[in-house]
Design a protein. Sequence first.
Length: 168
Amino acid sequence: MKKNFLLLLALGGLTFVSCKKEVTVTPSSTNSDTVTNQNTAEDVQKNNVNFTDLPVKALETINSHYSQDNIASYEVKTIPVIGKSYEVKFNDGAEIDFNSDGVWHEWKDAKGLPKEVLPEAIKTYLSKNYASTFATSIDKEKDKIKIDLASDIDLEFDTNGNFVRIDE
């Protein structure tokens, strides 16, 4: 057993990936006097938040559906090989994850997703089969799209928006 583990390790069978996570929180006020010499570097970073640090496309998405004033925090995650990703959390509980280009890939909002977020084929399917409920989450993956409904039903679609199955 020990030899197999060493062989796997030697052949690169085990890969460890590190992830740098940087959390930025919006200040509760815009008063620049809140930064003093007693603050740590982290406090200074939190008080100097500039949402233009987010990719332009992410800001366009946020501005078309929410208000930047509603942003509670955002995280910048740097993952080797994949690159940066951004997780934006809003005061009302909504959350959007963006890739390094600012294109969203996961969106959660318990009050309901904006209708424009859902692909047309999925909107059509939901209106025919689940008209009494609404989507609270969408997750676009490489080969599928997952939709969570307020009625606690999870659906899976292909990347073209064709229904595949009820996800359990």
